[in-house]
Design a protein around this ligand. Structure first.
Ligand SMILES: Cc1ncc(COP(=O)(O)O)c(C=O)c1O
Length: 419
């Protein structure tokens, strides 16, 4: 940290990985072999038989529901607080989406709400390990097995997190992950599905193999964006460049980062064209292999920061810190607090140099994109969280001094807005 300015996130992309990109672009080698090596290493880390790289998690989800043989009209239970693209792709596949409530402060699927949402037409459930917090996979798997339902784990925000010592993604019949620049692990766009089911794996692998090679320009563009983020969030650069832009943008009523990484997403079609039918490239796999070597260290640093914030902020008047299902070992992709006046809190923190975001998760049970499933009273916890949540910085590049500064800033900001 320099001058008490703390960015809301910082990419898990290193100069060494930027060099890997340049090296792979100059000498591509055998693309398929490299992709296979990453898939195998990834599956071994999660503990599943198969890993298959896909261009995006949402396209991976499409391939999975097709491989599982779901029919139009089949119901899939989805947590009400999630990323809008998940229900969007299911609806586009002709499936019925049934939102179920999340725990108020865990933000992940409530097993009881899941069980209540089951009907004779239910075929599957999607436990989403939102914000890096594992769902209660013991209860969810038990309920799903009792009702003969498939479990599709949404591990997009929790690669490497565990539940009772076992990696999430290995509890379901299938799971999907995503590796954009804002996630805890990146392959410069690109995603993965894992499963122990040979037939599902074969179906997904064949679909991916029939696609065109992903455009190299996209990887190059992402590598440039990742390098720019690395520089922009560096303590010697951020206070003099990005921070003043954020302050000015917010004074003018627009948050420039949210516009770029949050709002922009909502304008997309369900799946942007570049993210369909594109065969991931060796360069992405090469970055993925390097990231995998660092994953546990990066996750460990996030988790240590998160635990520090959990403890230090637990007693702040007006603020509610997150909770975790028993047995969950979160990786803190985000540290999400609740406050009745979150905009005032965000502004007060900005004045103290701490940047925050409300992020882009939605309450899908009350969303203009999904009139067919709208039922504003059905999921009160998700609705309450949606209107009150705020993400505090928790990324691995925070120093102990940053954390001390943040804790003090949150305490004094909460005091200020309470008066
Ligand atoms: C919870 C969740 N599910 C699914 C996705 C979709 O991933 P992708 O953008 O690779 O399609 C995301 C993306 O951020 C996500 O956060």
């Amino acid at each position: 940290m320099a001058l008490g300015k703390i960015p809301r996130f910082s990419p898990s992309f290193s100069p060494r990985e930027a060099l890997t990109v340049m090296h792979r672009l100059a000498r591509p080698g055998d693309e398929d072999t490299r992709v296979r090596s990453f898939e195998e290493a990834f599956a071994a880390r999660i503990g599943t038989r198969h890993g298959i790289m896909v261009p995006s998690a949402r396209y991976g989800l499409v391939l999975l529901v097709r491989a599982l043989g779901f029919q139009p009209g089949d119901e899939v239970i989805v947590p009400a607080l999630t990323f809008f693209a998940v229900p969007a792709v299911l609806l586009a596949e002709g499936l019925r989406v049934v939102p179920a409530d999340t725990g108020l402060r865990t933000h992940v699927l409530d097993p009881e709400a899941f069980e209540r949402a089951i009907t004779p037409r239910t075929r599957a459930v999607i436990p989403t390990h939102l914000f890096g917090t594992p769902c209660d996979m013991g209860r969810i798997r038990e309920i799903a097995d009792r009702h003969d339902l498939k479990v599709i784990e949404d591990t997009a925000q929790a690669t490497g997190a565990s539940f009772r010592g076992r990696a999430v993604g290995s509890f379901g019949h299938v799971a999907y992950y995503t590796f954009g620049l804002t996630k805890n692990m990146t392959t410069l766009s690109g995603a993965m599905v894992t499963t122990d089911d040979d037939a599902v794996a074969e179906h997904v692998r064949a679909a991916v193999a029939s696609g065109r090679p992903a455009p190299l320009e996209k990887s190059v563009k992402e590598a440039i964006t990742g390098s720019a983020m690395m520089v922009a969030t560096h303590p010697w650069v951020y206070p003099f460049t990005v921070h003043p832009v954020i302050v000015l943008g917010n004074r003018l009523g627009k948050d420039p980062i949210h516009e770029r990484f949050g709002e922009a997403e909502r304008r997309y079609d369900t799946i942007p064209e570049a993210w369909i039918d594109a065969r991931p490239r060796g360069v992405q796999a090469a970055v993925g292999l390097r990231q995998l070597e660092r994953l546990d260290r990066l996750n460990g640093a996030r988790a240590a920061n998160g635990r520090r914030l959990d403890e230090a902020l637990a007693d702040v008047p007006g603020l509610e810190v997150p909770e975790y299902p028993e047995g969950a070992e979160p990786i803190y992709l985000s540290f999400v607090v609740h406050h009745d006046r979150r905009e005032d809190l965000a502004a007060a923190l900005r004045r103290r140099g701490v940047d925050t975001t409300i992020g882009y998760m939605a309450n899908i049970s009350d969303h203009s994109l999904f009139p067919e499933i709208r039922n504003p009273d059905a999921c009160p916890n998700a609705a309450r969280a949606f209107h009150r949540l705020l993400h505090l910085p928790v990324h691995p590049n925070l120093t102990p001094r940053d954390l001390d500064h943040m804790v003090e800033a949150v305490r004094s900001a909460c005091r200020e807005i309470a008066t």
